[in-house]
Design a protein around this ligand. Structure first.
Ligand code: N2P
Length: 340
């Protein structure tokens, strides 16, 4: 797993001498533009210490102690509630976020935090199948990822809710099922599929797909869009027939932060239309920010990997956090899947 943590921007010398205020931001990989941090530093006269992670679980492991040193993180929708219940999040002060009105209506009152008390939606997408166009037949359903012809050329996400989601959908169940029998059946599917798997991989699959080493991958739309941008003739993305999960990564302030004003300034900055638009263009992600849409060229607004037609999105389900009992079952079964 990649772990990167580095200082960016013109104030590196000052940072080395320990001078000046500093905001510590921990985000998913490839989720900001090259200009995002230097511009913020320049406008606000401070430094940003920026680190990246590849999964919610990796982020949570870091911040769980309440003494991680990070100020701002980007949990997915099903992690916001549990992190809040663990006392890890600070309330969002709306009066400090004049740009909040830029959010698309659908993200002003999302099911995982209807009043945006603990987070602000940042980037969203769906999980589907990234595949080589020359694969015959094209894998358009989760069930196709159990085909023996993919042996050694198939990856699934290294992410418990995602792997359960694909297996549950293959069986005709909700991605959020907490039913012990359905979860056990999903475990059997995952174990059966393991003989074909090259690896469980998250954003790292992008380069392997571009290189042609992976034929089909369970992938986030943003990772798929990045791969397709690099190899448009070779790669395509499908939203599986049986249905699929949708994800939304949200920016949140950690309760441990001693720089809450700066953290709010960072969130307000990310909500600025020009900033959000430059992030969308650099990272090939779908922004929760409506104001940014107007600044994007038509080919980005019409990219169906990022902005699928409503009829396709109707097959999607947002992830929900699990009640403790079903989370325990999922944790146990996931350990069994990984160690089988
Ligand atoms: C990876 C961003 C994907 C986030 N670079 C999926 N929640």
């Amino acid at each position: 797993m990649k772990r990167r943590s580095f200082l960016i921007g013109g104030a590196i010398a000052a940072a080395a001498c320990g001078g000046g205020p500093r905001l510590n931001v921990y985000n998913w990989s490839d989720y900001i533009a090259p200009t995002t941090i230097p511009d913020f530093e320049r406008e606000n006269g401070l430094r940003v210490h920026y680190g990246t992670y590849e999964s919610n679980q990796e982020m949570l492991a870091q911040v769980m102690s309440g003494n991680s040193g990070w100020d701002v993180v980007f949990p997915s929708e099903d992690f916001v509630g549990p992190m809040q219940e663990l006392g890890l999040l600070a309330p969002i002060e709306h009066t400090r976020l004049p740009n909040l009105s830029a959010l698309a209506p659908a993200f002003q009152h999302p099911p995982w935090d209807p009043e945006l008390r603990w987070c602000v939606p940042y980037s969203h997408g769906a999980t589907g199948i990234l595949y080589q166009r020359n694969l015959q037949p094209a894998p358009l359903a989760w069930a196709d990822l159990w085909d023996a012809s993919l042996r050694g050329k198939l990856t699934m996400l290294d992410d418990q809710p995602e792997v359960f989601a694909a297996c549950l959908k293959k069986l005709g169940h909700s991605v959020n099922s907490g039913d012990p029998a359905e979860l056990e059946a999903a475990r059997r599917e995952a174990v059966a599929q393991k003989t074909l798997l090259r690896a469980y991989l998250n954003a790292e699959v992008r380069d392997q797909a571009v290189a042609g080493d992976v034929f089909a991958a369970q992938a986030w739309a943003v990772t798929a869009a990045q791969a397709i941008a690099a190899a448009p003739q070779k790669l395509a993305f499908a939203l599986p027939r049986e249905g699929f999960p949708r994800f939304c990564d949200n920016v949140a302030i950690l309760r441990e932060s001693r720089r809450k004003e700066m953290a709010h300034n960072w969130i307000n900055y990310l909500l600025r239309a020009d900033v959000a638009a430059s992030i969308v263009q650099a990272t090939h992600t779908a922004s929760a920010n409506d104001a940014a849409q107007a600044l994007l060229p038509a080919e980005v607004r019409e990219n169906t990997v990022l902005y699928p037609p409503a009829a396709d999105l109707a097959r999607g389900e947002w992830f929900q956090s699990q009640p403790l009992a079903s989370q325990k079952i999922r944790d146990r079964l996931w350990t069994e899947i990984k160690s089988s």
